[in-house]
Design a binder for this molecule. Sequence first.
Ligand code: SF4
Length: 263
Amino acid sequence: MARLTQADLADLNTTFEERTPQELIEWGISVFGQRMAALSAMQESGTVICHMLHSLDVKINVLFVDTGVSFQETLDTRDRVIKEYGLNVVTLMPEKTMDEQTREFGILYLTPEGQKECCHMRKTIPMLNAKGQYDAMIGSLRRSEGGKRSQCPILAVDPQMNCIRINPLVNLNDEQLAKYINVNNVIVNPLHAQGYPTIGCNRCTTPVMPNEPRRAGRWRHLGPWSVYCGINPTDLASDTATACEFSQDLIDRILGRETDFVI
Ligand code: SF4
C-alpha cells in the first residue's frame, strides 16, 4: 500500500476548479467505478447530487445516515429519492436506539462534550461500519455555505474512512443551486420551506430567523454556531499531511500518472 496525502491532490484540485459537477462525478466513476458511493443527508444539495446521479445514469450506492432521530420529512425525502430516481439508498443506523442510549448515558446532546459523543455514536460509527467498501465518496458541501466550508476542496482525503471525498458542488452558490432545483424539478426536503436552511436530527435542529446565520438552527442550545457533527472531515481539519492508504495503481489512476517506483 502507498500513501496519498492532501498535498498530493493540490494540482488536481486546481485543475478541477474548471469542471462542472457532472464532469466531476463522471471523473469519479471512471476512476473508482462501484468503489465510489455518494453520501446524502437528504438536504437540498444532497438531493441535487441524487438527481445528478439519476440523470447521468450513474448506478452507485447512496449512503444515508439515519440517526434514529431523523425528521419524518427527511425519511420521506429519502423514500421519494429511491422511488423517483431509482437509486439504491443504503440507510446506515446506530446500534442503539435513542431511548437505549439515553437510558445508558443520559441525554448526551445537551452538553458540548455529550454532543460529540452522541454524534460519534449515531453518525460517525454507522459510517465507519461501511469503511473498506468504498475508495471514494461523493458529498454535497458548498463553499457558499460559509464557515469552515468556505475553503472546502473539491477532492479531500478522509483518513478515517480511508477514502477520497469528492465535493462536486463546491462552486455552486445559492442562486445556482436554486436554479438547478427549479429547472430540474428536484425533490426537496419540505423542511427547507419551513425555515430550516440546514437539517440534522430532530433533537438538535430548529428553524432559523431571516436575520440569523444559516447554521444558527444547528445545535442552537450549544452556543455560537460553530458546531459540526464530524461526518465530513473537512469541517474539522484541513491538514495537508493527512493521508489515505491505497494501492499504487489506484493512486496513479487518481492522479492520472504512471509511477515506476515508490518512495
Ligand atoms: S445531531 Fe444531536 S441527536 Fe443527532 S447525533 Fe448529533 S448530538 Fe445526537
